[in-house]
Design a protein around this ligand. Structure first.
Ligand SMILES: Cc1ncc(COP(=O)(O)O)c(C=O)c1O
Length: 393
């Protein structure tokens, strides 16, 4: 394993005890995050600081880091608390009229579904579910579903349950051709798979940071393209949508101009402790580099694939094609729930999702984690075959 990755692994204390393949649910915390938060917490307990300005500057740095990660400008990125926050900016903010149609995948994570469901109820929009094929979003079905009332395509970068990476380039072209707003939930890809939101002409990109971005729960960010920025309705305007320039001694200013950046939409005062965690987590990702992270994750997945390729017992349920694969590998077999429990008993954490065990491989995993997983899978197969044989006797 590359020494840079091994060094990062050492900053994740769980790796001494647990083989963690559940980053697609949430990331374990690392020591740089704890240290950043602890240091500030001590100052706050002592009431010795007013670090309002430093925290504002910290938020700027965090915005700038996420912007760098997704190929955007800092002014286009705001920090938030989760994915849904950014999706809500789209579902309530985009200029839509009664009867406008929103195109969603029928195998989408509920964050996108519920964001649009609520907005559809309030704004009298129509939701159309695009039929998937073989558990993948189907581009032909999308084209069939588009009508002259279609206004939005809202979809995940990477599907949560099988790691299928949507062809955002192709989807973007279709959106432009049919004049659809293009909204992307990025949480299952951001931090593990490279993306360039400007090149992809995405209108709104939303992500939580508690998974592949390694930050505490309650951390997120969003991107708003220049094209839609001034067309969003201002349903979530707060006093912090304007620049007070740290002049908090004179607050009876009710007509300050709004920020002309994504800051306008960030909401009120922010979770400063989380911002410290986000910055420390972001540093890990940016220092390693997103291309190297993806390569590292895919290489470890390749080892699993090579070993299990011929297996009669385990079947891969995620795509292994170059443009479709991600840092999630899903595996199905008999007695899936028993397998999940067995792995847990071996201190191997994974998730059970939609008929498969989901193995999410990230930058702190190494070859020894993969070996332990493969040993456990082999052991489970033997145990299960013995049980099956026992039953037929
Ligand atoms: C694709 C996807 N979107 C969103 C979420 C979470 O949404 P939020 O960050 O708003 O809680 C998850 C998982 O928790 C997910 O897998």
């Amino acid at each position: 394993m590359n020494e840079r990755f091994e060094q990062v692994r050492r900053s994740f204390p769980h790796t001494k005890k647990i083989v963690y393949f559940n980053t697609a649910a949430f990331s374990p915390m690392s020591t740089p995050i704890k240290e950043a938060i602890d240091a500030n917490f001590e100052l706050r307990m002592a009431a010795e600081v007013d670090d309002t300005r430093q925290m504002y500057e910290l938020r700027e740095r965090v915005r700038s880091g996420y912007a760098r990660l997704i190929g955007a400008e800092t002014r286009q990125v705001g920090v938030s608390i989760n994915t849904s926050f950014g999706l809500d900016l789209a579902s309530y903010g985009l200029p839509l009229k009664e009867g406008d149609e929103i195109l969603l995948s029928d195998i989408e994570f509920p964050a996108t579904i519920y964001a649009w469901r609520g907005a559809a109820e309030n704004r009298k929009l129509k939701i159309t579910y695009v039929k998937s094929k073989d558990r993948k979003f189907d581009i032909q079905e999308l084209e069939n579903a588009i009508t002259d009332r279609s206004r939005v395509l809202s979809i995940s970068f990477v599907q949560f349950f099988n790691g299928f990476k949507n062809d955002l380039k192709r989807l973007s072209e279709i959106c432009r051709k049919h004049n659809l707003f293009f909204v992307v939930d990025g949480i299952q890809g951001a931090g593990a798979e490279p993306i360039n939101v400007k090149e992809l002409d995405i209108d709104i990109f939303a992500s939580g940071c508690q998974k592949w971005l390694l930050a505490p729960f309650g951390s997120g960010f969003f991107y708003i393209s220049d094209k839609v920025k001034d067309r969003l309705t201002s349903h979530n305007i707060t006093w912090y949508s304007s620049d007070w320039e740290f002049q908090f001694s004179d607050l009876f200013k009710f007509n300050l101009p709004y920020f002309d950046t994504a800051e306008k939409f960030q909401g009120g005062y922010y979770a400063t402790l989380n911002l410290l965690g986000m910055e420390a987590a972001q540093k890990i990702i940016l220092d390693l580099g997103i291309d190297d992270i993806q390569m590292h994750n895919h290489r470890l997945i390749d080892t699993i694939v090579k070993t299990l390729k011929e297996s009669e017992y385990y079947k891969f349920t995620s795509s292994l094609k170059p443009g479709e694969r991600s840092s999630i590998l899903t595996i199905a077999c008999d007695k899936l729930k028993d397998l999940h429990r067995f792995l847990f008993s071996q201190k191997i954490h994974a998730a059970c999702r939609e008929g498969s065990v989901r193995i999410a491989v990230h930058l702190f995993n190494n070859e020894s984690d993969i070996d332990r997983l493969l040993e456990a899978l082999s052991e489970f197969e033997k145990l299960n075959s013995r049980n099956l044989a026992g039953k037929t006797n």
